[in-house]
Design a protein around this ligand. Sequence first.
Ligand code: AHR
Length: 500
Amino acid sequence: MKKARMTLDRAYRIGAIDPRIYGSFIEHLGRAVYGGIYEPGHPTADEQGFRRDVLEKVRALGVPVVRYPGGNFVSGFNWEDSVGVNRPRRLDLAWFTTETNEVGMHEFCDWCCKANTAPMYSINLGTRGPEQARDVVEYANHPSGSKFSDMRIANGRREPLDIRLWCLGNEMDGQWQMGRKTAYEYGRIANESAKMMKWVDPTIELVACGSSSSETPTFGDWELTMLDECYDNIDYVSLHRYYGNPTGDTPGFLARTMDLDDFIRTVVAICDAVKGKKHAKKTINLSFDEWNVWYHSNAQDEEIYRRDRWGRALPLLEDIYNFEDALLVGSMLITFLRNADRVKIACMAQLVNVIAPIMTRNGGGCWAQTIYYPFLHASTFGRGTALRALVDSPVYDCADYERVPLIDATATLADDGSVTVFCVNRDLTEDFALEVDLHGFGSLRIGEHIVLHHDDVHAVNTEDAPNAVAPCAGPGGEIDGEKATIRIPALSWNVVRFVR
Ligand code: AHR
C-alpha cells in the first residue's frame, strides 16, 4: 500500500468558507427549466407546475444560490418578456431554440423559495445596456411608487423580490455571444450599468464577466482591461471552466485541477494588480460561476440541431456522467476549498438535465448522476473554515502536467469542532494509507468514512439503475491521540469525518 500524509493544525486556516461556493445554475436552455424544474401535469408537479421530485433532490444538495436565466441565453433576453401576462415566444439565438417565457422572473423566485435557495440574476449586457440594467433592479428590488416597482406589484408581487446578487452579462469575450464586446467596451458598459444598478439599490452585489475560459487568447488581458474600467463599482469577477476526456486518458483528465488552480491564482493576481495600480482599498473576489465536466453530449447535440432547429425544450447538453467525472468534480470542489479565501461564489453548471447532477425524464423519474455525490458531500460537510492542509503525496507526470499529487486532499473545520477531510485518490490501482496529523483539535474519533468508487471508470447512473454509482461506507482506519491512519481505496472520492 502506498503512503501519504496530511498535516492539519487548528491554527492554520485559509479562511471562512462562503456557503455560496456550493451554488448552481439554471439556464433557459434544453430541458433545464421546461421538463426539468417545471413540468405541469407531471405526477409530482405542485400547483405552479414545479416538479416536487426535483425540488427534493435540489434541497438535499443545500444549494445557497442559483444563477439564472443564463448563460449565453441572457445575452439576447428581455427581462420584460418574462413577467406579467401575454408573454411572447422568442427565437433564442444562443441555442437556436424557441423560448416561450412560460417560466419567468416571478416563477423562478417562487421556485427558489421552494428549493431553499436564492436567485443570482444575470442581466443582458449583450444586446442591451445600462438603461435596462437599472430598470430590472428597480422592478425586482424597489419597494413601490415608481414605474417598474409598480409594474411588479401589478404583476402580483407586492413585496420586492429582493435579489441580492447580480451578474453583469455572460461571457462577453466570446465570439458565440450575442453582442460580444472588446474588454474595454465591456468594462465601460459594465461600469455604467453597475453604477446605475447600485444607485437604485446600494445593497446589491455585482459580478463582472471575466474570461469564458483560461484558454481564450485574450485571457489575462481581458481581466486587466475590463477591471481597469469597472473595479470601483463591482464586487466579484467571474471565471468559467469546463473539462472533458475525449481521448480516454484518465490520469490526464484527473490532473485537470492543476489547471483550475493556476486559473484561480492568475485571476487573483490580476485583481490584486489592478487594486495596487488603483491604490484601492477594496479587494475583488472570485465568482467561479460556471464549472463542470462537459463533452459527452457534443455529438448528440449536433444531431438534435440537424433534426430540430428552433424546437422547444430540446434535450441539449444532456451529458451522462460516469464515475471518473465524479472524481474530477470532487477534485474541483477540493480546489475551491483550497482557495476559499478568494473564491466566494461558485456555481456548478448546471443543476437539472443540462450538464447536470440531476436528471429527469419527461413524465417520468428523477435520479442523481455520479457527480451529484461529491457535490452533496462537500456542500453538507464542507462548511465552516477551510483549513490549510499540508499534503505530502507521491506524484505522477501526464501529458499536460508534471508532479501531479496522487492524493488530492484538503480539510475543513465545522463550527461544532468536527474536522472533515475530502480526498481523491488518483492512483488507478493502489490503495493509500493516509496518515492525518491533527494538531490542536482536542479529542476526536473517526465518525464516518464515505467512499465513492466503481471498478469501471465509465459506469453511469440511469433511471433504471439509479444507484449503479453510489457512495458507501469506506474502510475507515485508526486514530491514536492526534494521529489517524485512513485507508483510501484506489481511484476513489473520500469523505472522512473526525468528530467529538
Ligand atoms: O452552461 C452552458 C453554457 O456554457 C453557458 O450558457 C455559457 O455561459 C457557457 O459557454
